[in-house]
Ligand binder design. Structure first.
Ligand code: HSE
Length: 403
């Protein structure tokens, strides 16, 4: 019997416990006959009404020093003390699985190296895309490919908010409250709506794809807090939707261009049909072409299902490190932020005549708000877009269009 610990009993942690209990027989079959037994649950809070209150501890050392525990699910979130706990467990020869994208994106290189040295595993399937299988497919099934591009809806909360705005005409604030109530949002929802959560996830995917640690602080990141109902209506008029996109492009010269930004997506792109809390990731490989991964990107049981799958894999590979790795790069691997052109959708109170003078060729969109010009530019670099929009009398909105 494999003894496991759950660290953090929030939305995901309680889901991990529930799945281990409910699907116990199935999990035993899938480990190859070894049952998984939760020996500890670590949380600073009390859960007196829990069916197994004896499992709870507030002392991490109970887990660290228990030689029977071979795997821990770190679902506490945040960097500290999750980093210290994970490092100590790996160094003690225990495998750790996690949904903590902040930790993987920040300390993944070091933690994966320790896991390799200690011949244990550090798995993080749930850190990107919630319940969607994406880490293993990237690491294993697509391993024959040079990855060319990744474009994904990587944050369930913002997708839920945008969807509620698009389909139900809800305000941003009302939709955010709803997402929080449903348990999708981070403890601090700024990480969702300002794009930081998606940024960490695309950094993890870009690191996996390239084999080099992509520092998330190098990724130009913009959230959805400036998107208005009018923007959403304009997009609909253009047969498009607005989505928060995590994007990474792997260039021939070895550089990586990556950005997180709201983007307008035409209805012909399958990402446009990804609604609610769902996530989807399109990966383009040089051999396979485009593949798309779709599913529940947040929420208790979908995320816990990925965590428990990692627990099963860790139990199955108790004696062998699977060597998921990326290396610290020598020097800068990020492409210049100005090396990529996007077409932009712009709204201004300036006249159509001025717009044409400044932008030259552009396509005007029927305005839905009195007294403004709305138009789509030719593909422009960021600095060109900034200098041209800077020459307008004002800018109500400027949003990139995903090509
Ligand atoms: N807050 C995250 C989201 C949870 O909304 O996608 C899953 O990572």
């Amino acid at each position: 019997m494999a003894k496991a610990a759950i660290m953090g009993y929030g939305t995901v942690g309680s889901g991990v416990y529930e799945i281990i209990k409910t699907n116990a027989d199935k999990l035993t079959k899938n480990t190859g006959g070894e049952a998984i037994d939760v020996k500890y649950i670590l949380d600073i809070r009390d859960f007196p009404d829990h069916p197994e209150p004896n499992l709870f501890t507030k002392d991490f050392n109970d887990i660290l020093n228990d030689g029977e525990v071979t795997v821990a699910a770190e679902v506490m979130g945040g960097l500290h003390p999750a980093y210290e706990f994970t490092k100590a467990l790996l160094e003690a020869g225990k495998s750790v699985v996690t949904s903590n994208k902040e930790l993987v994106a920040t300390y993944g290189t070091e933690l994966l190296e320790i896991a390799r040295e200690k011949n244990v595993n550090y798995f993080f399937e749930a850190s990107v895309g919630g319940g969607i299988p994406i880490i293993r497919p990237m690491h294993q099934c697509l391993t024959a490919n040079n990855i060319k591009r990744i474009a994904g809806i990587l944050n369930g909360t913002t997708n839920y908010i945008l969807d509620q705005m698009i389909r139900r005409g809800k305000t941003f604030d009302a939709a955010l409250k709803d997402a929080q109530a449903k348990g999708f949002a981070e403890r601090n929802p700024a990480a969702d709506v300002e794009g930081h959560d998606a940024c960490r996830k695309i950094a993890i995917l870009a690191s996996l794809a390239s084999g080099l640690a992509v520092d998330y602080s190098d990724i130009d990141t913009e959230g959805i807090t400036n998107i208005t109902l009018d923007d959403v209506k304009y997009a609909a008029q253009m047969n498009s939707v607005i989505k928060l996109i995590g994007y990474a492009e792997f260039r021939e010269d070895g550089k990586i261009y990556s950005i997180v930004s709201p983007m307008i997506i035409n209805s012909e792109n399958p990402l446009s049909g990804v609604d609610g809390v769902m996530n989807a990731i399109t990966v383009t490989g040089d051999c396979v072409g485009d593949v798309m991964f779709y599913g529940a990107g947040a929420g208790k049981l979908p995320t816990a299902s990925a965590v428990v799958a990692d627990v099963v894999d860790a139990v199955k590979h108790a004696e062998r490190s699977k060597k998921i790795m990326w290396q610290k790069p020598d020097g800068n691997i990020m492409a210049d932020g100005d090396s990529k052109k996007f077409a932009w959708f712009v709204r201004t109170t300036d006249s159509a005549e001025n717009v044409s003078k400044i932008f030259g060729r552009c396509e005007f969109v029927d305005n839905i708000t009195e007294g403004e010009s709305a138009f789509v530019t030719e593909p422009l670099t960021r600095s060109d877009a900034e200098s041209k929009t800077g020459a307008l009398r004002d800018v109500i909105t400027s949003i990139k269009i995903l090509g």
